[in-house]
Design a protein around this ligand. Sequence first.
Ligand code: HEM
Length: 443
Amino acid sequence: MKRSAPSPRGGFLTGHLHRIRHDVLGLLEESTRDHGDIVRFKVGPLVFHLINHPDHMTHVMIRNRRNYDKASRSSENIGLICGESLLTSNGPAWQLSRRTIQPMFHRSAVAGFVSSIAACTRDMLDGWKGKDETDAASEMMKLTFRVVGQCLFGADLGREAETVESSMHRMMLHTYHRWRSLLPPPASWPTPANLRFRRSLVEVDGIISRLISAQRVDPPETPNLLSMLLHGEDAETGAALGDQAVRNEAITFLLAGHETTANALAWTLHLLCRHPEWITRIREEFDAVCGGRTPTMEDLPKLADTLHVFEESIRLYPPIWAMERRAISDDEIGGFHIPRNSGVILSPYMLHRHPDFWEEPEVFRPDRFLKRDHESYYPFGAGPRFCIGSEFALAEARVILPMILREFDLEAVPGQTIGAEPSITLRMKNGFRVRLRARAMQG
Ligand code: HEM
C-alpha cells in the first residue's frame, strides 16, 4: 500500500494555490511545523512534495538523482528567459554545456576576476561620495551586474545597469507568477503581462546581441566566457555551440550571476547593520590582511570572518530559496510515495532554519561556520548541478563587503519595513535604504 505524505488543508479544486500565491514562506513554515519533513501540496491536478531533511535532499540531488530531472514547471518558466541552457537543460545537453563552461570557473580563472571585482567596487564607492543615503539593494544589483559584465563578457555594462535591473526584475516576477498560477495563459498569447515580459526580453536580448557582435568583430586578448562560448569547442566531442546556444548561455549567466549575489550582499549588509560587532571584526580582519591595499586572490582565504558572515547570511536568506525537480518514475522518500511526474521542492530557506539541525536557527551567528561541514547547508545546491559560480560569488563577497565597510559607516534608515520577497530569488521586498557616512581613512 502506497502511503501519501501528509498535506495541510487546502481548497477543493485549487488545493494550496491561494497560500502559495500570497504567503508561500508562511505556508512552508507552518506545514513543516505541523506535518514534518515531507509535506504534500496540490495546485489543481499538480502535486508537489516539499522535502526538508538532509537525507532526503541528498537522495534527490545525489544518490537517486537519475530519477529527478529539471523538466519541471520552474525550469519551463525560466526557460522563457534563457531557453535551453546550463541552468535548465538535462542529460547530454547539460553535460556538454557544463564541460564547455566549467574551465571558466576554476579557481585559477576566478583569481583573474578579483581585480575587476575590486575596480567595479571602487567605482561604486567613488559614486557614493557626497551622498547621504542610498538603496543598498539596488546598488548591489548594479554592482554585481557590472562585475559579471567585466569578468564574464569583458565589457563595461555600467550604462546598461539600470535597464537590465528593471527588465530582469520584471521578467523574474513574470516567470515566478506563471509558476505559481494554476493555468497561466500560453506565453504566445498577447496578454498585457506577456507583452510586458516580451518587451523586457527584447531589451535584454538587445544588450546580449551587441555584446556577441562586439566579440565576433574584435575578439579579446584575454578570453572571457563569451569569447570561449563563441570560439570554444567541447574537449571530448569537438562540437561547437551554435548562435542560439551562445545567446542562451550568455543570458543565463547575466541572470544567475548577478541577481543571486546582489541579493546575498544586500541581505548581508542588512544583517551587519543589525550586528555592528561583526562590522568591526570585518574591518579589523581586512586591515590586518590587506592594510590599505586592494585585496588579491591570495588574501581571500585569510578573510575568514568575512566569509563566515556571508555564509551565515545566505543560511538565513539563501538567494535560491527553493529549487524544483521532477520525479521521472515513482519513488519512495522517508516511507512516503512520490508519484511519477510530480514535483519535488527543495528549499534551502526551510532546511537552513530546521530546529533539529541548527541551534537557535533564527539567530545570526557567523561563528557557527568555524565548523566546516553542515549536512543541512546547501545555499549553492548539491550534487552535479552544484552552482558553477559559487567560488566566484564567495570571492565577490570577500572583496566587496570589506571594501564598503572600510570606507563607509552604514546605518539602516529608520522606519522602513524589511521583508523578503520570494520570487525566483529571495529579494528584499522594499529594497534596503541606508545612511552613508564616509569614514576617516588611514593608510
Ligand atoms: C550567492 C550567490 C549564488 C547562489 C546562492 C547560487 C545558488 C545556486 C544554486 C542553489 C544552484 C543550483 C540550482 C539547482 O540545482 O536547481 C545554482 C546553479 C547555478 N548557478 Fe549559482 N548561485 C550564486 C551565484 C552564481 C554566480 C555568481 C553564477 C555565475 C557567474 C552562478 C551561475 C549558476 C549556474 C549557471 C547554475 C546552473 C548550474 C548547473 O545546473 O550545472 N551562480 N546556483
